[in-house]
Write a protein that binds this ligand. Structure first.
Ligand SMILES: Cc1ncc(COP(=O)(O)O)c(C=O)c1O
Length: 341
């Protein structure tokens, strides 16, 4: 009854949850939504007998202003995950190719395969960054979409402006580049491409951001995409109707209006990650997580779990979210304990 190729598609693995443990496995923030966002959700639920605004007009207007783009250059989705999927569906037919770095956001290959496209995963360089030369070298006339994840999940690395410019010179104009900036607000690299600028330089670049991470609304599911209005319209065409519910729209709008207050909280994470990088001997990161490449991640995860810390183990390494002072202290104490023992 089920299409045969589904058996070959990997299943999305969420960050592990353990009761009473400190959850550092999904790159969430540890703070609750702002009171204004909670109030907005409460108010929105009063009207939950009605469908949400399908066009998410108020939120998209606010985002357009925030991003300095036209209204029809921005759309919202049920998390930026949904927008990544919509981008695949809007660009790829059966047998087309989607290029992305690997390891990176684990949904990229899933979305490609679900759409019947062929995932082309290009391993990270030895220093855990995008191998843009190798990614450009595998572009064929079947390539329809390329994901760039900047900063990359799980390595926390960023590409430079020159690397991106050089890469874009090799990308044909009719191949879409999804510049995934899920961790944009944590990025302090001074030499790196920024989607709000790149969309004006390239008609084939779409920026992808989310309210799940820095804005602390992961449980409400809302993200946004921006760029060429034609591509945005195509993404809207393949969207599930009413995908962004009214509580999510209201919370996102309230949070966007309080962006300054939220960014102060992000600063705490940015400060803490230096301490975590130093204590764990990790490479610098521009996201709200650190990356320890190499084998043995599962063992490390098991040891930390014994000390009440949950992290994410991949075959290629361990990823540990960085949150606030209290949780960082708990992590560093657990780290010390397992290294002493
Ligand atoms: C790189 C990247 N892109 C997109 C997403 C999707 O986030 P959401 O669907 O919660 O907006 C994630 C989530 O972990 C991510 O790491």
């Amino acid at each position: 009854m089920i299409r045969a190729d589904l058996a070959t598609i990997p299943t999305y693995v969420p960050g592990r949850r353990l009761v009473d443990a400190t959850k550092l496995s999904s790159n969430e923030v540890s703070f609750s939504p702002l009171p204004a966002a909670v109030d907005a959700v409460t108010e929105a639920t009063q009207g939950a007998n009605r469908y949400p605004d399908m066009g998410a007009v108020e939120l998209r207007e606010a985002l357009a202003e925030h991003l300095e783009v036209e209204f029809d250059q921005v759309t919202v989705g049920c998390g930026s995950s949904a927008l990544c999927q919509q981008l695949v569906q809007a660009t790829c037919a059966q047998g087309d190719e989607v290029i992305f770095p690997w390891r990176s956001f684990e949904a990229y290959p899933i979305f490609a395969q679900v759409a019947g496209a062929t995932p082309v995963a290009i391993p990270l360089t030895a220093d855990q960054n995008h191998d843009l030369d190798a990614m450009a070298a595998v572009i064929t006339d079947k390539t329809r979409l390329i994901f760039i994840c900047n900063p990359n999940n799980p390595s926390g690395t960023t590409i430079t402006q020159a690397q991106f410019d050089n890469f874009m010179e090799k990308v044909p104009n009719d191949v879409v580049v999804g510049l995934d900036e899920a961790y944009f607000e944590f990025n302090r690299a001074d030499d790196t491409p920024v989607a709000t600028e790149e969309i004006h330089r390239h008609d084939n670049v779409i920026g992808l951001r989310t309210f799940s991470k820095a804005y602390g609304l992961a449980g409400l599911r809302v993200g946004y995409a921006f760029g060429n209005a034609e591509i945005i319209a195509a993404m809207n065409k393949v969207a599930i109707p009413f995908a962004v519910n009214s509580a999510a729209q209201a919370a996102a709008l309230a949070s966007l209006n309080s962006a300054d207050e939220l960014m102060e909280r992000v600063e705490e994470t940015v400060e803490k990650r230096d301490a975590v990088v130093a204590a764990l001997g990790a490479a610098p990161t521009q996201a709200n997580f650190v990356w320890l490449p190499g084998e043995g991640a599962a063992e490390l995860a098991a040891k930390l779990a014994e000390h009440g810390i949950v992290i994410r183990a991949f075959p290629e390494g361990a990823r540990i979210s960085v949150t606030n002072a209290e949780e960082t202290e708990a992590l560093l104490q657990a780290w010390e304990a397992i290294n002493a023992g």
